[in-house]
Structures are given as C-alpha cells and as structure tokens.
Design a protein around this ligand. Structure first.
Ligand SMILES: [Zn+2]
Length: 245
C-alpha cells in the first residue's frame, strides 16, 4: 500500500493507493506531483506547512471577526454567560484569584443596540434575580460581580414606593454633595466582612434609560439609596468598599 500525495487548489490531498488494482500501470504517471510513503519527509514537511497555513488563515479570520465587533456589543463570551442559566448567576468573590481579576477591572459601556437586545433584557432579569435570591439577599449588584465588565447595576430603590429593584446601564456619577456621612456597608463579593464607609449624602447619576429607544438621563438620589448607588458604581471602576475603609 502506498500513499498518493499531491496539492490541488491550496488543498493537501492524500489517499491510499491499492497496488493490487494498478499492477499494470506506471504509478508515477497517476499523479501530478509525486507518490511516496506516508513517512516520506517530503510529505510530512508539506503536511506540516499546509496545517500551519490553514491554522494561520483561521486565526486571521478570528482576529478580523473579533476586531469587527463594536466595543459596545456583547462579546460571544458575555453572551454565553448570559444564556448559560435561566435562574441566577454565580456571584464572583475576591477570595477567588480569577474572580478578583474581573472585580478589579474597569467596566465599559454597552451600545444602544446591545441595550435594546433581548440579551440585555435577560441580563437585567438575571442580575435582579441573583441579588434578590435568598442566598444573596443584597440591595444592589454590579456587572463585574456576575462576571461582566459592563457598566450596569441593579439597585433597590428604597426611596421609591414598593422599594423596587431597578437596572441602570451605562451609569456614572456626575455630581456628589460635599455633605458626607459614615454608614455600614457589606458586599456580596467580599463575604463575611462589613465596615463603615464615608459617602456623599446626595448624588446625581447619569445613565441610559431604555424604552423604545435609548435616552441618556439624569437623576438626583439621596440617603441610603445614594449610598447603594455609590457602592455599585465603584464596582464599575474596579473599586471595592474595603478600599475606602
Ligand atoms: Zn459590592
């Protein structure tokens, strides 16, 4: 048995040739290139070169595809995370080195297109379900805490009737009062600890409000709810409340 090897339109072709069927044929006349055993260094060398070329082409394609994504769109990794569950998300903690890397990173905004997607709607539901779950029982949660370095937080509005949880994407603080006060804080990502943190009594937040379109709006928040917003927005800059103790 021999291996028939040749190149054709950038493709490496190898097939077995049954010598019993070609006994009366000059095998060298059968192919455009050459015939050899699979251990032939020439064949092995070309198989390696072709494999490397194919790999390089694939990598180039992946890099171009990656670069083609808008920075504000969900990455495939983020989409996988969002659609990996229908219940709650795992909360990252600083005692896990890999989690800590995400918690300490700076988060980025999402595009209007991403905010209007079902993916974001699901992320909002998951974040709310996670922070309100009996296993967490928190009053706020930020994107990095569920593994996404995106500027989105879910906060319980103690200053509103019914104290609902609301989700705020692309959020930042644009003004803080000079009036400060210490208050006790804990964090779902820092298990087993609490501390007194100095925070502004009143703040103005800016975020993207989602209806049929996306509109950037501002809101003035005061009291304990303002403290929650400051704590959660800190997360988006990789800051934890323990940094302020
Ligand atoms: Zn926290």
């Amino acid at each position: 048995m021999l291996w028939h090897y040749w190149e054709e339109e950038e493709t490496c072709l190898i097939k077995q040739i049954d010598l019993r069927k070609i006994q009366n044929v000059d095998i060298q006349q059968l192919k455009p290139s050459r015939v050899g055993r699979i251990s032939d260094p020439y064949i092995i060398k070309h198989m390696i070169v072709k494999t490397l070329k194919t790999t390089a082409t694939l990598l180039s394609f992946l890099i171009m595809t990656s670069c083609g994504e808008s920075a504000g769109d969900f990455t495939s990794k983020e989409l996988s995370l969002i659609h990996s569950t229908d219940s709650i998300m795992r909360v990252l903690t600083i005692d896990n080195p890999a989690d800590s890397f995400v918690l300490r990173d700076v988060s980025t905004n999402l595009s209007a297109e991403a905010l209007l997607s079902e993916d974001f709607a699901k992320l909002s539901d998951l974040m709310t379900a996670t922070v309100t779950h009996p296993s967490q029982d928190g009053v706020g949660i930020a994107g990095p805490q569920v593994g996404l370095n995106r500027r989105v937080v879910a906060v319980q509005r103690f200053d509103k009737e019914g104290e609902p949880f609301e989700v705020y994407p692309n959020i930042s603080i644009v003004w803080t009062s000079d009036s400060l006060a210490y208050g006790p804080e804990g964090c779902l990502s820092v298990p087993g600890r609490r501390g007194e943190v100095l925070r502004s009594q009143e703040i103005v937040i800016e975020y993207d409000k989602i209806s049929e379109s996306v509109e950037t709006v501002r809101d003035t928040i005061s009291g304990f709810t303002a403290v929650i917003f400051q704590h959660e927005i800190d997360h988006l800059d990789g800051v934890l409340y323990i940094d302020r103790l």
